[in-house]
Design a protein around this ligand. Structure first.
Ligand SMILES: C[S@@+](CC[C@H](N)C(=O)[O-])C[C@H]1O[C@@H](n2cnc3c(N)ncnc32)[C@H](O)[C@@H]1O
Length: 240
């Protein structure tokens, strides 16, 4: 990658960090997560994630204000929920989640070395879609270094409405959207809408049991896989 392309990807990453830092107070409401009907309609997606991670010690990346953390913590053994932004973490910490089953930590998804435990599961919701193409394997390799062989990993992202597709791409092909906040500020975000073939292509080097489920009504896709026996780390310091 050229230096200027690298700079523009780094600038987009920083812009997304700032956008979500400033969106924290309105995030749940903007997603409908405070609306019982929306939450009820998401139940099949929640169930799919919970089934993937049941009984596991789980690392969550980019947990945001913790809507999904709260759901996955119920069937998981323990969840370490991480996010770059303190503003989102503080909203998540305020949620009624069993304190002995979750811990919230500030961590950059691209630099997870500050997290010292290893895990038997991992997940992220509405995160993989924001990872620049040139950083996808760095991110996945870094995540996998926190996981034991045989760990189960699940990513959940949105599928597009026609209005979601802008037709705007950056130099490395990332699909870009513009987002507004209530204060009128504007941000660019990367938002991929991966096809099944693209997801399989990205993940094929890590696993041979990739499952993809699409939830039409909820406009969601859940991709899950098991980390191969030659991947991840040996369990040296298991999470609680
Ligand atoms: C679309 S939100 C998803 C939040 C949450 N997973 C949910 O679905 O409710 C994206 C999240 O990524 C976080 N984020 C942005 N850049 C990050 C980074 N480099 N490392 C970790 N988290 C990051 C933001 O703070 C935000 O909480």
């Amino acid at each position: 990658m050229t230096a200027s392309r690298n700079d523009s990807v780094s600038a987009l990453i920083a812009e997304m960090q700032l956008y979500y830092a400033r969106r924290a107070d309105v995030y749940d409401a903007s997603m409908g997560y405070d609306n019982l009907d929306v939450v009820r309609s998401l139940q099949p997606v929640i169930d799919a994630l919970c089934d993937e991670l049941r009984g596991r010690t789980v690392l969550e990346v980019a947990c945001g204000p913790g809507f999904w953390t709260q759901r996955v913590t119920e069937p998981a053994r323990f969840v370490v929920a991480s996010d770059y932004n303190e503003s989102t973490l503080s909203r998540a910490r305020a949620k009624p989640i069993a304190a002995d089953r979750v811990s919230f930590v500030r961590a950059d998804a691209y630099e997870l070395s500050s997290i010292t435990q290893t895990f038997t599961g991992a997940f992220a919701v509405d995160w993989l879609a924001h990872v620049p193409a040139s950083r996808l394997h760095d991110f996945l390799d870094g995540l996998h270094r926190k996981l034991e062989p045989g760990a189960r990993i699940a990513f959940c992202d949105q599928t597009p409405r026609s209005s979601s597709i802008t037709g705007v791409h950056d130099a490395e092909g990332n699909h870009l959207q513009e987002r507004d906040l209530p204060d009128g500020s504007r941000y660019r975000v990367i938002k991929h809408f991966f096809s099944d073939a693209e997801l399989r292509d990205i993940l094929a080097r890590y696993a041979d049991d990739i499952t993809i489920r699409r939830f039409g009504e909820q406009r969601r896709v859940v991709v899950a896989y098991t980390l191969g026996s030659s991947q991840g780390v040996a369990a040296t310091a298991p999470a609680r």
